[in-house]
Design a protein around this ligand. Structure first.
Ligand code: LLP
Length: 417
């Protein structure tokens, strides 16, 4: 579900003609729909209202401050994984008691920063990290709350690179390792272990992997109870998938109906959705630079590439690509849609059947709101693109396009050169 649709053959984002944005702001640019963003958040909230979870939007999906702020204003907390994301969260005045901090490699500086900020808790991924948090908390003379991230060893049948709960995965603690820490929790006298965290992967379109994982975690909670260990929080992570192609829709309601009954044990539930909220709320607008026809392929060479949206290159991800101006009677042709980067992996789509396209036309890469801009780079010294937020019939630049001078702003040529 999203608010990008055609009106008289022109693509609109809510009430704004997307080509008007492209003409004014320039191409490429990311365009986001405020209404889509908000509705997804509210759908999750209402689907889970019986258990009233804290929904911590996963900042890594799209970390633009305007996007995060819009969600925070609506009551969202934030799931962060770095000092940089904490900086963003504090900058937009997120209540620190709604910030949770995950990640396998938190540095001393990041731990100290988060303790000083007074975040709700860390999601701890190893014994070494727990020891480090304890040392730093003693130094800062503050007690600290944590949840242990457990690895329930469930394969959610998603892309290999975005599974996070396989036995060999780097994330979290096995139940055996978590058990040892909990039974010896006296060692961590300055740290309160308040709950458990799991995050099994991303772009998961069915409920069953969650059901398997939560059942395992619930079993572990019960076992720990028999040892006198009780918890306050159960954080089930993010990972809910969206429709990129023909995936079967898993609405918030269907998802909640399937898993909420397993979450009624009295613990405060936390969700960490990223893609589900922002994925379909954004598109990447690009312009066709050349139509290059060779003996074996027709290429649309466009002005955005893998540095702007790396998902097709990295995961062979499918994104629908549609012209901003649709010509229903145009004959169909098959194209590879490629960027200007000097890599064969620089493509946004392969063998895509679409109406014939000419140089100079604009295209929209759909469902690019999550892990689009946030994974972009300056590779090939390309400028990171502008981001625009549409609300109704208005639009706002929420990140300016970089300039050449931004590329070298932090570089220094030493005197020996
Ligand atoms: N919580 C934790 C601890 C996570 O590691 C992640 C994502 C999330 C929540 C949010 O997951 P989501 O609801 O967005 O699926 N770059 C990849 C996705 C990587 C996800 C990393 N972790 C992609 O473009 O598909």
């Amino acid at each position: 579900m999203h608010y990008f649709h055609y009106k008289t053959n022109n693509l609109y984002c809510e009430d704004v003609k997307v080509s008007d944005i492209a003409e004014r702001i320039g191409s490429p640019c990311y365009v986001y729909s405020y209404r889509t963003l908000m509705e997804h958040f509210k759908k999750l909230q209402s689907a889970f209202k019986a258990i009233n979870p804290l929904i911590c939007y996963s900042v890594k999906a799209n970390s633009n401050m305007a996007i995060c702020k819009a969600l925070v204003n609506e009551g969202a907390g934030l799931d962060i994984v770095s000092g940089g994301e904490l900086f963003r969260a504090l900058k937009i005045k997120t209540d620190p008691k709604k910030i949770v901090f995950a990640g396998v490699g938190k540095t001393d500086e990041e731990i100290e920063y988060a303790i000083k900020a007074g975040i709700l808790f860390f999601n701890v991924e190893s014994e070494q990290e727990l020891e480090r948090i304890q040392e730093i908390s003693i130094k800062l003379r503050k007690t600290v709350d944590v949840c242990l991230r457990v690895n329930p060893e469930v394969d959610p049948h998603t892309h290999h690179y975005i599974k996070t709960a396989k036995k060999e995965s780097k994330f979290g603690l096995s139940f055996a390792a978590a058990r040892l820490l909990l039974l010896n929790r006296g060692r961590f006298f300055n740290v309160q272990i308040k709950g458990l965290h799991m995050h099994i992967g991303s772009q998961i379109t069915e409920a069953w992997p969650y059901i398997h994982a939560i059942k395992k975690v619930n079993g572990f909670i019960k076992e720990m109870k028999s040892h006198g260990v009780s918890f306050q929080y159960l954080n089930i992570g993010g990972g809910m998938g969206i429709i990129y192609k023909k995936e079967i829709a898993q609405t918030a309601d269907i998802f909640a109906k399937a898993i909420a009954p397993l979450l009624k044990g009295g613990l405060k539930v936390i969700l960490e959705p990223g893609r589900f909220i922002v994925g379909s709320a954004g598109i990447l607008v690009s312009r066709v630079t050349f139509v290059k026809e060779t003996e074996s392929k027709n290429f649309l060479v466009i002005d955005s590439g893998m540095n702007d949206l790396i998902r097709p290159t990295l995961y062979e991800a499918y994104h629908e690509i549609a012209p901003l101006h649709r010509r229903p009677k145009a004959k169909q042709r098959q194209y590879d849609i490629v960027g200007p980067i000097c890599e064969s992996g620089d493509f946004l789509a392969k063998d895509r059947l679409m109406p014939q396209i000419h140089a100079g036309e604009y295209l929209a890469v759909m469902c690019a709101g999550a892990y689009g801009f946030s994974m972009s780079s300056n590779y090939n010294s390309r400028l990171r693109v502008a981001e625009v937020l549409v609300k109704g019939d208005k639009y706002f630049v929420i990140k300016e396009r970089e300039r050449y001078s931004d590329l070298i702003k932090k570089e220094r040529i030493p005197p020996l050169i």
